[in-house]
Design a protein around this ligand. Structure first.
Ligand code: ACM
Length: 497
């Protein structure tokens, strides 16, 4: 009943109840983690789960052998041991005798959590990271900045968090509703807090890919430093609405110095190879009327100021490469026209065909088509679900295949599919319980498609899910009570126009 299901699992007769965890040379971290999960001591002898490192396994691959006498978990890397630890965790406390040989289908198994639209407490981030590890997700894509909030401390730019981390109120319901809640909202993480989170995640085999959304989705930064935009004389509040804002960064030295400084500090806090630079939903209308932007486009020989968008991302890509990291950006419809460097990794969020086209253009692609992986979308027709369509059910998620059409898996150097990820946008999810409701059990289905091969079918998955939900409930992963989403309920009459 393990989720995601191991590549090979052969059952044998009998069972084994460990009384401790035995740590072989070099396995200290994973052994301690397993001991904590199992509430068992680290031991030198007796009936135990034994962790050993041996050559011969791929990066995240592991073997688990359970006999009536003991259980042996073997891998070549810490990542492999950590994956195996999560399997053992799901089999506890009494392990059925079995032989597992397991390795992931895809190298990038991610979940985006949007802490910009709603600030989420650090304790919840830790809980969430541990649940990602349980499902063998290895990437937390942390969406740290957006129009509605700037959530990371940046030295030398204090107003980003003094001003940019707070908004006066929030829109109720869908973008354009015109209804506001009148409740101030905000919060941010210090660099120290984020470093601690990085370490907590690394101990579980999860790397955090930070996103600084540029050059659009920057209203919170512009509220703090209007000179970064195209209208330095206009004072904008942190955005209280949802949707696409026309306010974007300017194409001038000050804006680039800002990007460089922020990305340098972000790279210092987050050691992951990948760093996300955003790039989505960037209307270029302000550049059309900006003399600076027009002059820049002309000097670069571009046909229009719209072409400054892929050019801007290319510049940020070079900054990130200079920091020894690999930039990732959202794949936009306009990028198909060209201009985006092929060695930028892209998150393909429009539809699956966009992802296929991006692979054809030579990119490494994280498949994230919104119709299957946007978990802010309602999951049933029930009242109280979020005001986001289309309905994306558990089965819809399971039936999404990131490699549909025979797409190649990328090894991290060649074009192809790096993996897939779920998106938890939080415009309509103000609390951890709202996020839990959106995340589970759909994350279980995506985990299975990202990790498991062969595909065992939805019915098989659904049968295993029943026991897994009991485990998730015991871990506090599910909301305690039925969650309702504002905007799905009728708007109070007095606030209607
Ligand atoms: C996005 O949904 N704007 C990536």
């Amino acid at each position: 009943m393990v989720i995601p299901h191991p590549a090979r699992l052969d059952r044998r007769a009998g069972s084994f109840t460990p009384l401790g965890v035995h740590s072989g040379p070099g396995t200290d971290g994973p052994a301690r983690l397993l001991a904590a999960y199992a509430h068992l001591p680290l031991v030198h002898s007796g009936p135990a789960v034994r962790l050993t490192l041996e050559p011969g396994f791929a990066d995240e691959e592991y073997a688990l052998d359970v006999t009536p006498e003991d259980a042996v978990l073997t891998a070549t890397t810490e990542a492999g041991l950590l994956a195996g630890v999560q399997t053992v965790r799901q089999l506890l406390p009494r392990l059925d005798c079995l032989a597992v040989r397991d390795a992931p289908r895809l190298p990038w198994r991610g979940v985006l959590l949007d802490v910009a639209r709603h600030f989420l407490p650090l304790a919840f981030l830790r809980e969430f990271v541990d649940l990602l590890a349980l499902h063998k997700f290895n990437v937390l894509h942390l969406h740290l900045t957006d129009d509605q909030g700037w959530r990371i401390e940046v030295h030398g730019w204090p107003r980003l968090t003094e001003i940019g981390a707070w908004r006066a109120e929030s829109m109720v319901g869908a973008a354009g509703s015109g209804v506001f809640d009148g409740v101030p909202h905000g919060g941010f993480y210090t660099q120290r807090e984020l470093r601690d989170l990085v370490a907590f995640a690394a101990a579980r085999g999860v790397r955090i890919v930070p996103e600084i959304d540029l050059p659009g989705h920057v209203r919170a930064a512009l509220a703090a430093y209007p000179e970064l935009g195209n209208r330095p004389d206009v004072r904008l509040p942190v955005w209280t609405e949802w949707g696409i804002s026309p306010d974007i960064l300017g194409v001038h030295d000050g804006a680039f110095a800002f990007c460089r400084d922020v990305l340098t500090q972000v790279a210092d806090v987050f050691p992951a190879r990948h760093l996300h630079i955003g790039g989505d939903e960037c209307p270029t209308t302000q550049w059309e009327t900006s003399p600076v932007a027009r002059a820049k486009a002309a000097a670069l020989g571009l046909r229009s100021t719209a072409e400054l968008h892929p050019w801007f991302l290319g510049e940020l890509h070079r900054v990130v490469a200079g920091l020894g990291r690999q930039a990732v950006c959202w794949d936009e419809t306009g990028h198909a026209a060209g201009g985006l460097p092929a060695d930028l990794v892209v998150t393909a969020w429009r539809d699956a065909a966009h992802g296929t086209q991006a692979v054809a253009r030579g990119h490494q692609v994280v498949m994230a088509p919104h119709t299957s992986t946007y978990f802010d979308y309602r999951q049933t027709e029930e009242p109280g679900e979020p005001p986001r369509e289309p309905v994306t059910t558990l089965e819809d998620v399971y039936r999404f295949d990131p490699l549909a059409g025979g797409l190649p898996v990328s090894d991290g150097t060649r074009p192809g599919v790096l993996g897939t990820q779920a998106q938890l946008w939080t415009e309509h999810a103000p609390t951890p319980d709202h996020v839990r409701h959106l995340a589970f059990p759909r994350l279980c289905a995506l985990a299975e498609r990202a990790w498991s091969s062969p595909d065992r079918g939805y019915a098989d998955f659904h049968q295993r899910l029943a026991g897994h939900l009991t485990r998730l409930r015991a871990l506090g992963a599910l909301p305690k009570e039925r969650v309702r989403f504002a905007g799905a309920v009728p708007v109070p009459e007095k606030t209607l126009p």
